[in-house]
Design a protein around this ligand. Sequence first.
Ligand code: APR
Ligand code: ZN
Ligand code: ZN
Length: 361
Amino acid sequence: MAQEVRGVIAPGKNEPVRLETILVPDPGPGEAVVKIQACGVCHTDLHYKQGGINDEFPFLLGHEASGVVESVGAGVTDVAPGDFVILNWRAVCGQCRACLRGRPQYCFDTHNARQKMTLKDGTELTPALGIGAFADKTLVAAGQCTKVDPEVSPAVAGLLGCGVMAGIGAAINTGGVTRGDSVAVIGCGGVGDAAVAGARLAGAARIIAVDIDDRKLDIARTMGATHTVNSRTTDPVEAIRELTGGFGADVVIEAVGRPETYKQAFYARDLAGTVVLVGVPTPDMTLELPLLDVFGRGGALKSSWYGDCLPSRDFPMLIDLHQQGRIDLSAFVTETIGIDDVERAFDRMHAGDVLRSVVTL
Ligand code: APR
Ligand code: ZN
Ligand code: ZN
């Protein structure tokens, strides 16, 4: 029997979101129904609503979530009803070339629930990033659930499901930041600040935060930035070089997704340094660079996808470190809101007023 619950729907391109009754089927083989406790409002949800990802409307929004497994389908052994879990948007297959080569974070064959959630009239919903968690309950593939310590606050846990993991992972997984490194982070929203916090966790000696908004730079300091640069008034490449003995940073993390900041990241790194691109550009953006500059620099140019995370390894570890006080993930929760406040949360996000608004249920 499908259950009737509330869910936040994006009905059509640029139309305001609506709270609707949705039908969540019982879990089939390999699936789980999760009772959602918290779900962060992420830019990707806004991109779905704007039609920027695809046009498979209506969408069931929300994908940075935690909750309690309510029921599981046949063959599910890794999680059981009652488990507190963080949802991830990539349940890896374990069998493709990437998985077999020990790089499951690049799995080609990730999967979501097979059954569809629907509106009451039977219209099929497309869950954002295969999750759809601005809802009382959602249906996912059981492999999208990672069990973590249930003592943690659900709002904090949910954020690891997307943006915060993307930022921390950009620093520690993709960038390989290590003790004593100098790190620069360009763009200090939720993702960039998480990269700052990740760099601090990894023992970076110098963490230079770059943004065009002084409010964001103040927050970055509380996350671990040792220096800040407002790139509206100061050339960030020169400033980063000056702060690193003239060399450039060992690891530069770009968390904006624009050509000018990609270029700054490229030139702000030490000759042997690593650039990590985590900001997502739009399809029309291009970047032109003198080939001699590309050739003349060693190091590495990397992009980071979902923080190159392995949820089963990284989620429980980061929750442990948070519970021990070694990283403060609660600093990313600017406000908790009701499920009927998502539309206004998009406005606050757009205005740069929040790192994360989190719907709690
Ligand atoms: N130079 C420096 N900082 C900038 C610039 C710029 N030219 N333009 C914008 N910023 C800053 C903003 O002031 C803001 O603090 O970048 C930050 C972006 O933060 P958010 O809008 O909160 O976005 P966030 O959720 O952190 O995501 C950043 O990472 O995963 C991707 O899709 C995501 O591309 C997005 C990026
Ligand atoms: Zn795989
Ligand atoms: Zn997201």
